[in-house]
Write a protein that binds this ligand. Structure first.
Ligand SMILES: *Cc1c(COP(=O)(O)O)cnc(C)c1O
Length: 427
């Protein structure tokens, strides 16, 4: 393997892992421990002073988490990564590392509803301002940048609308203005697309979705692309200024291209605390081993379901970038030619009431607030995930009152379509 670059499916199974040095166990063990014994007083001091890497306490790092971090970093082509308790925790730690009170950042208006809430409400308490922009219009980002702007946030494949974003065009705006581009790659997964290859600097994930893939464990990840220059004159003081809690260490000088991941760990995760449990890290690692197989099946099934729905007389529209006449199809072909993901939306001619009847009439699909399960899922975003938003925000986010969202599972496509068909018949 030494001179040969392993492929994606191989990395999904092997990256970061080796037989357990203590026992020979082939599967990565669940290191279910809070803390780790020091070799000596000097060893302990070196770990605490950041002079040496090593395990201290599972809130900060743990061997099971470390394998998960290395694996996702390898799949995304990043320099380093940090696993945390959830996708939202990942986002919080990213912004904690780049923002000071009074700063602002730009975010695409088309985002997961929970992220719209986190940015618009919770972040306000930290004195961080979000400025919304149109992901289809890079100029709408650039026109809002000022001297207190610290970053740009987009989703590669937007939830719930299932539309691809022109990452390279927004990366150009970020680069021109010396800002990091943060991309949430949850919906696409690195199997379909790797944002770092298109100019992103940081990738975040909800591991809860396709990477874990089985609807059983919460987790989040921050991937450091290792390319952003954090030294710029005091703009990112967490990275460029001497840290009092670490005897004056300047993280970007000491840690080079993994400084951002280190800062998220030793300043954010250590002090704010959203650690992932070793058990969840193990479950998600196991899920990732089959990511390429599952993701392709999700995409193939979703294309079959979207094509079938589009031809149905009770369906008014289907928004799935895999359909050849979809307005987003060209971007999908450019960014993710292997497939368009599992999630898409459609509208019923009968509007809100027909949507309710349809959701309740499904038998195999589960009505719940999640995506990226092996099982097929359905939800009505306007009454659930996007409920807190105004109707105008709902429409802008692709979650208007008539919209039904599906997350297509890996079951037999004939059974998925049969369930859609029997429920449509009830309307
Ligand atoms: C679910 C989700 C999140 C939040 O992740 P959690 O693990 O639920 O905290 C963020 N972004 C996207 C696109 C998501 O689907």
């Amino acid at each position: 393997m030494s001179t040969h670059n392993p492929g994606f499916a191989t990395l999904a199974v092997h990256a970061g892992a080796q037989p357990d040095p203590a026992t020979g166990a082939r599967t990565t063990p669940i290191y279910q421990t809070t803390s780790f014994v020091f070799e000596s007083a000097d060893h302990a001091a070196a770990l605490f002073g950041l002079q040496q890497f090593g395990n201290i306490y599972t809130r900060i790092m743990n061997p099971t988490q470390a394998v998960l971090e290395e694996r996702v970093a390898a799949l995304e082509g990043g320099a380093a990564a940090l696993a945390v308790a959830s996708g939202h925790a990942a986002q919080m730690l990213v912004f904690h590392t780049i923002m000071q009170p009074g700063d602002n950042f730009l975010a695409a208006r088309k985002l997961y509803g929970g992220s719209i809430n986190q940015f618009g409400h919770a972040f306000k308490n930290f004195g961080w301002e979000v400025r919304w922009a149109d992901p289809a219009d890079p100029a709408s980002f650039e026109s809002q940048i000022d001297e207190r702007t610290k970053g740009i946030f987009i989703e590669s494949l937007a939830n719930p609308g299932g539309t691809f974003v022109d990452i390279a065009a927004i990366a150009e705006v970020a680069q021109r203005n010396g800002l990091p581009l943060i991309v949430d790659n949850t919906m696409a997964s690195p199997y379909l697309l790797r944002p770092l290859e298109h100019g992103a600097d940081i990738v975040v994930h909800s591991l809860t979705k396709f990477l874990g893939g089985h609807g059983n464990s919460m987790g989040g990840m921050i991937v450091d692309g290792g390319t952003f220059d954090w030294s710029q004159s005091g703009r990112y003081p967490m990275l460029s200024e001497p840290r009092p809690e670490y005897a004056g260490v300047e993280l970007h000088k000491t840690f080079g291209n993994i400084a951002f991941a280190i800062a998220c760990r030793v300043l954010g995760l250590r002090d704010l605390g959203p650690a992932i449990s070793p058990f969840n890290a193990f479950m998600i690692l196991t899920g990732i081993e089959t990511l390429p197989l599952r993701m392709q099946r999700h995409c193939d099934n979703a294309l079959a379901a979207a094509t079938w729905l589009k031809a149905h007389e009770k369906v008014s529209w289907v928004s799935y970038s895999g359909l050849e006449d979809d307005p987003n199809h060209a971007l999908q072909q450019q960014y993710a030619p292997k497939g368009s993901g599992a999630v898409f939306t459609f509208g019923l001619k009968g509007g809100y009431e027909a949507g309710k009847t349809f959701v309740e009439g499904l038998q195999m699909f589960s009505h719940l607030a999640n995506i990226g399960d092996t099982r097929s899922l359905v939800i009505h975003p306007a009454s659930t995930t996007h409920r807190q938003l105004s109707e105008e925000q709902q429409v802008a986010a692709g979650a208007g009152p008539d919209v039904v969202r599906l997350s297509i599972g890996i079951e037999d496509p004939a059974d998925i379509i049969a369930d859609l068909e029997q429920s449509l018949a009830k309307i």
